[in-house]
Design a protein around this ligand. Structure first.
Ligand code: CS2
Ligand code: MN
Length: 358
């Protein structure tokens, strides 16, 4: 596996590449042009500046997270073709810089959704938390809460410009049933696959987080079956997954290790994160250590290892520990601890390969 770390860029992240360099085994920074709105072309000069920051610090920039998909594409409006052309131009520009994987999601309106960004855990740290009963109809309350707690930091999927138009967005998505959303996803992927072949860039879709419908809007990538439908729908080696153990793991019915084993050849990027469930449907994010959550981190690592996974990996979110003031879920310390746990699992699996029988 190739270990990476998500970094928000100079002036946009309290963590520097020099700090990340001291985490063992991290070779690449997962990056994006965070000022870009969905639908805009990423220009060569702008990518060049990102290259200066990333490669200049001795990291590769092969994984982008995310090039966001414009709402008109998800809704299926006639204007989508223009935005798809822009997306293709962005892929062509990214390819000039050696980008190999582009992460994206196809969630309507909201990206990841939580009700508490700093939920206290027993050990004195805080973590992202989802309280099921608070996600009812009032999307505005939840959106306001998140925006007010980002303290001016940009957060993908939570752009204040989009959030200011929430009612309009909900109205625009009203005719989009789940089946329509599947069709629109297919249309988008079929349109960009030739560019992926031309550039060698794999498109890696992130699962929906949480993996169920919220606020009456449909979500597609929620379990083994829907992931299978997705891969079959556009059966192309460039149509891949960013498999997120934490997103899928929020539903206790999902067996993430089994999903890894089933679709490993189409996983281009792995997000590894641990989640703990409560009987009432709430969940909290937890440390990467297997016994701290219910996601089955050891089984997942074993599954990747058994499949001979050579793709990119990153710890997904971490807790906020040791008083670190950081982006929710994206501190240095706990993600660094997570990486060391993942390496511990992996190195042991490598060492015992051939010695340990199933
Ligand atoms: C990420 C997602 O922070 C997170 O939860 O895993 O925001 C992810 O980057 C996007 O859904 C991918 O487009
Ligand atoms: Mn993720």
């Amino acid at each position: 596996m190739q270990m990476t770390f998500r970094w928000y860029g100079e002036g946009n992240d309290s963590i520097t590449p020099e700090m990340i360099k001291q985490i063992p085994g991290v070779t690449g920074l997962v990056w994006a042009l965070h000022d870009k709105q969905a639908g805009e072309v990423w220009e060569t000069e702008e990518i060049e500046e990102a290259r200066r920051q990333i490669e200049g610090a001795g990291f590769h920039m092969e994984v982008v997270e995310s090039v966001n998909v414009h709402d008109d594409i998800k809704i299926g409006l006639p204007t989508r073709d223009k935005y798809i052309e822009n997306y293709k131009t962005t892929l062509l520009n990214l390819a000039k810089f050696g980008v190999k994987v582009v992460t994206y999601n196809f969630m309507p309106i909201f990206d990841w959704t939580r009700t508490d960004l700093f939920h206290p855990l027993e050990d004195g740290s805080t973590a992202l938390f989802y309280e099921k009963d608070r996600i009812q109809d009032d999307y505005k309350e939840m959106a306001d809460y998140i925006l007010n707690n980002l303290h001016g930091m940009t957060f993908p999927g939570w752009e204040p410009e989009r959030m200011a138009k929430l009612d309009e967005l909900f109205e625009a998505y009203r005719p989009v049933t789940k089946e329509k959303l599947w069709e629109n996803l297919k249309y988008f992927l079929e349109a960009i696959m030739p560019t992926c072949h031309e550039t060698g860039i794999k498109m890696a879709i992130h699962q929906d987080d949480p993996p169920w419908d919220i606020f009456g809007i449909p979500r597609l990538l929620c379990d083994k079956e829907s992931i299978g439908r997705f891969l079959h729908m556009v059966d192309d080696e460039y149509n891949c997954l960013c498999l997120c153990s934490g997103s899928l793991g929020a539903n206790p019915k999902n067996n993430v290790a089994d999903i890894v084993r089933t679709y490993c050849d189409r996983i281009a990027f792995a997000h590894i994160r641990n989640v703990r469930h409560y009987p009432n449907g709430d969940f909290t994010e937890a440390s990467h250590r297997d016994c701290d959550g219910d996601t089955g981190i050891l089984d997942i690592m074993k599954a990747y290892h058994d499949c001979g996974y050579t793709g990119y990996v990153r710890p997904d979110h971490g807790r906020h520990i040791w008083g670190e003031a950081c982006r929710p879920g994206y501190g240095l310390y706990d993600r660094a601890l997570g990486i060391m746990y993942l390496w511990g699992c992996w190195d042991m699996l490598e060492k015992t390969e051939g010695e340990v029988k199933e």
